[in-house]
Design a protein around this ligand. Sequence first.
Ligand code: PEP
Length: 248
Amino acid sequence: MRYLIAGNWKMNGTRPMLAELDRIAEAAAAHKGVDVAIAPPFTLLADATPRAGQVLIGGQDCHQAAKGPHTGCISADMLVEMGARFVICGHSERRAEFGEGDSLVQAKAQAAQAAGLIAIVCIGENEAERDEGRAVPVVAGKLDGSVPPASRAGNLVISYEPAWAIGTGRTPTMAEICGMHAMIRAKLIQLLGAEGVAVRILYGGSVTSDNAAQILACEEVNGALIGGASLTADQFAPIVLAAAAIAQ
Ligand code: PEP
């Protein structure tokens, strides 16, 4: 399966930051065996897409409705019009800050897929759930509740992101990451049948150029979703390189 190395710029960046995208696009062009994606803030989408080369540009969130009285919200079709190819749904920051639950995340993913976008659906446990030994059932439940039942391998990506590992510099052990990804694969096959075999499963949570090669070597890790280390090409390009080296 081709690796997908995706960056989430979150609420960072005005136009000058697109210089980083230019350099990320150069790295992507140099490593054509890896899919590379960046989700800049919505305000940069229109400027980002024409200079992205083969980097897929996407949104960080979308509304579940196609249109209507939802002040400040962005529909999946609006993302498509800006050149987006994917959208992140149910990132742990949206779940925690805006109270997004599984059924809303599922509705957003469904809206995204209906508009022709790839939905990158994020699932993961928080620190308390992990400390209580409930990480596996929590992640399994979020997968059940958040994945649209008619998803196909071409319009769904899962990102396993333990919330306690995001932006903290802490990561689960390799055994924990590999075990969780194996569980997610088995459940995807249960939920989606043959399509579940080919859905890419990313790991997210403090991925850097130092740990990327080790994490990506895990059998059911098909890429990474990266926050902090996606903000500069200096940090992000070596992760693309690490994926390309394993893919060869
Ligand atoms: C994220 O926000 O999805 C993420 C994984 O962030 P970081 O890489 O900074 O931990």
